[in-house]
Design a protein around this ligand. Structure first.
Ligand code: NAD
Ligand code: MG
Length: 386
């Protein structure tokens, strides 16, 4: 029997890596839905190549262009956020949630509500609405498989262990392209420099997050939802080679680590085949060639995003959603050349200092906090740029 799969964010870095794995064994999969935000040609060609049943473009203004690009293929075209949510509710066996940002939240919740298996790359949705997402998975019986390499590593290290026996989880961090720079030398960093990650090839937003280390902060919050051991048992360790993807220490002081080449197709393949394994075209790990693995403590003075994310996680409630929304706005502005690199964390901190919201009980309350934080970040930026 073919496995029915959908990919949300199919034109992105994680989405394309997922399609690459599926392409290697087309007999095993039936592609139901593929989605993208604005890249009509990329979406249409992925949909044609994989014989998808439906292609959804997030930007409603591009509906006609998508229909035209799919003409004669028999593939259904749809557009807009409601269509994304509807596609996420289709009956499939496996969904890849790889939209970037809080924009992925509604479709991811809809996919979880079907009770199927959801491979989660879209960390921002878990950061903003972790409790609601975990509840949605529990209510439907959905299986949530972490794709983020660190969380996938932890998931693998926990196989055969019990969460009650975990003493400590160590999230490894490459430290990004500016690991050794002073703050003074970070002032004039350009978007091109920030997106050039030393180990991983990724989308622009997560690359900037890696450079500010907000990515590790978001991953701390993500880990706290996926692996409820308590925030004080989750620590961050800088490991520049990105070979150890994370570690779990048990109460007997035995530590398990997961290692591999820095290639997202490895954790994606794990989630795609789970609980089995499939072959990948990825490089085998050559430790003799790598020679040494280095470690250092993270520096939250040079990388204040680490401090901001940990305190947002401790505050809980809507605070992580506010942190995430302010960061999304600031990163987008940085990529457009409107603010400087160091302004990103400064704006996030400013928004966190000015705005708090009560513990959200429903999704619309998360979106309200998200919208308010975005508006506030926008106002702060206006003052910066005049
Ligand atoms: P990307 O920018 O390469 O791709 C993002 C995808 O989301 C694209 O298909 C885009 O069309 C879609 N998208 C963007 N905005 C949208 C919107 N408003 N509505 C609907 N669709 C939208 O990003 P990526 O690097 O593939 O990352 C995707 C997610 O996976 C992020 O949350 C990221 O943090 C996470 N992640 C990525 C990597 C990686 O190696 N790239 C590793 C771990 C986690
Ligand atoms: Mg990661």
């Amino acid at each position: 029997m073919k496995r029915r799969i959908s990919i949300f964010g199919a034109t992105g870095s994680v989405g394309s890596s997922t399609l690459d794995l599926i392409r290697r064994d087309p007999q095993a999969y039936e592609v139901i839905a593929l989605t993208a935000h604005s890249d009509v040609q990329g979406l249409a060609s992925a949909a044609r190549e994989s014989s998808a049943r439906i292609a959804v473009i997030g930007d409603p203004a591009r509906y006609d262009a998508l229909r035209e690009a799919l003409a004669g293929s028999g593939i259904e075209a749809a557009a807009g956020e409601d269509a994304l949510v509807e596609a996420a509710g289709l009956d499939v066996d496996w969904t890849m949630a790889a939209i970037v940002g809080c924009a992925g939240l509604r479709p991811t919740i809809a996919a979880l509500a079907t009770g199927g298996t959801v491979a989660l790359a879209n960390k921002e949705s878990l950061v903003s609405a972790g409790a609601l997402m975990m509840d949605a998975a529990t209510a439907s019986g959905a299986i949530l498989l972490p794709v983020d390499s660190e969380h996938n590593a932890i998931f693998q290290c926990l196989a055969g262990g019990r969460i009650e026996d975990v003493a400590r989880i160590t999230l490894t961090a490459s430290g990004g392209p500016f690991r050794t720079r002073s703050r003074e030398d970070m002032r004039d960093i350009t978007p091109a420099q920030a997106v050039a990650h030393p180990n991983w090839s990724m989308g622009a937003k997560i690359s900037v997050d890696s450079a500010t280390m907000m990515n590790k902060g978001l991953e701390l919050i993500e880990a706290a939802h996926l692996f409820p051991v308590g925030l004080d048992r989750i620590e961050i360790l800088v490991h520049p080679q990105s070979v150890i993807h994370s570690m779990v220490e048990y109460r007997d002081r035995s530590t398990l680590a997961q290692l591999g080449s820095p290639d997202m197709r490895i954790p994606i393949a794990h989630a795609l085949a789970w609980p089995r394994r499939i072959a990948t075209p990825c490089q085998p790990l050559d430790l003799a060639r790598i020679g040494r693995l280095d470690f250092e403590a993270p520096d939250d003075v040079r990388f204040p995003a680490l401090r901001l994310a940990r305190s947002a996680a401790e505050a809980g409630g809507a605070t992580p959603a506010i942190l995430n929304a302010a960061n999304e706005v600031a990163v987008a502005a940085f990529l457009e050349g409107r603010i400087g690199f160091l302004d990103i964390a400064m704006i996030v901190e400013d928004v966190l200092n000015r705005y708090s919201a009560p513990e959200p009980q429903r999704l619309d309350e998360i979106f309200a906090a998200d919208a308010e934080a975005r508006a506030m970040a926008g106002q702060i930026m206006e003052r910066l740029t005049v």
